[in-house]
Design a protein around this ligand. Structure first.
Ligand code: ADP
Ligand code: MG
Length: 229
C-alpha cells in the first residue's frame, strides 16, 4: 500500500516567555494508505502538534511533509486550505456538532458548504450516517445523543467529503472505555470495508490492538511501535 504522508525531520518550536518549547524534535514518519495508524503518547508529548502539522493546520519550524507527493509546507495558506477541504477530514476531541441541527442536518450542512451537488446531497448524507451506524438517529439533535453517538455523527461528517485521510485527535478521550473502543472499531471498519485511511492520536493504551501501525511520541521524539521498552 502506498504512503500518503512522508514526514522528514519535523521540528516545531514555540516561544514561551524567554524560553523556547521544543514540542517536536526531528520527527520522521510515514502514514500508509488504507491503514489505521495510531499515534500514541502521554499528555504533552506532542501528539496534537504533530497531527496539526500533518493535517496542514500548522507549519513546521523545520523539516518537510509530503502529502500525496506534494510538499505541503511549501504551499501558501489558500492552497493549504483547499488541500484540507478537498482531501482531508478532521475529527476532534471536542466533537463540535451544531447544536440546533439534527444528525442528518449536521452532515448535510457540511456537504452544502463543501459544494456537494444538491440533487445527491440528502442521499449521500444518509449514506454517511449509515456507514457509522446512525441511520436510526438521523433526526436527533446532539443533546438527544450520547457522547459516542455524537462522535459517530462527527465521523460521518468527516467522511462525507470523501477525504483521502481522516485525522482524529484523541477522538475517544471524552468517552468511556467501551464507547471509545466502539469509535476505534468504527475507524477500523471504515479502513477495512471502505478503503479509508485514518490517523488518530490517543493516550489510551487499550486501543492499540486494532491499529495497523503504531508510532509513539515521548517528549517530542518519535519511535516506531508501541513505545514500551
Ligand atoms: N501554541 C503553543 N505555544 C506554546 N507551547 C505549546 C503550544 N502548543 C503546544 N505547546 C507545547 O508543546 C508540547 C506538546 O503539546 P501537545 O502537542 O499539545 O501535546 P499532546 O497533544 O501530546 O498532549 C507541550 O509542552 C505544550 O505545552
Ligand atoms: Mg493533544
Amino acid at each position: 500500500m502506498g504512503e500518503i504522508i512522508v514526514a522528514d525531520r519535523l521540528c516545531r518550536s514555540f516561544p514561551s516567555g524567554s524560553e523556547t518549547v521544543h514540542a517536536l524534535k526531528e520527527v520522521s514518519l510515514t502514514v500508509r494508505e488504507r491503514e489505521l495508524t495510531v499515534l500514541r503518547g502521554p499528555s504533552g508529548s506532542g501528539k496534537t502538534t504533530l497531527i496539526n502539522l500533518l493535517g496542514a493546520l500548522d507549519l513546521p519550524t523545520s523539516g518537510s511533509i509530503r502529502f500525496m507527493g506534494e510538499e505541503i509546507s511549501a504551499l501558501g495558506e489558500a492552497k493549504r486550505d483547499a488541500l484540507r477541504r478537498s482531501r482531508m477530514g478532521f475529527v476532534f476531541q471536542t466533537i463540535g456538532l451544531i447544536s440546533h441541527m439534527s444528525a442528518f442536518e449536521n452532515v448535510d450542512f457540511a456537504l452544502r458548504i463543501s459544494g456537494f451537488p444538491a440533487a445527491e446531497r440528502a442521499e449521500w448524507a444518509d449514506h454517511c450516517l449509515h456507514l457509522v451506524g446512525m441511520s436510526k438517529r438521523r433526526d436527533h439533535r446532539p443533546f438527544e445523543l450520547s457522547g459516542g453517538e455524537q462522535q459517530r455523527v462527527a465521523i460521518a461528517r468527516a467522511v462525507s467529503n470523501r477525504p483521502r485521510i481522516i485525522f482524529a485527535d484523541e477522538p475517544t478521550s471524552a468517552l468511556d472505555t467501551h464507547l471509545g473502543l466502539q469509535v476505534v472499531r468504527l475507524f477500523r471498519d471504515l479502513v477495512r470495508d471502505e478503503g479509508m485511511t485514518v490517523l488518530m492520536t490517543t493516550h489510551d493504551p487499550n486501543l492499540m490492538e486494532i491499529a495497523d501501525g503504531i508510532w509513539s511520541l515521548r517528549d517530542g521524539s518519535l519511535a516506531k511501535g508501541d513505545g514500551d521498552d
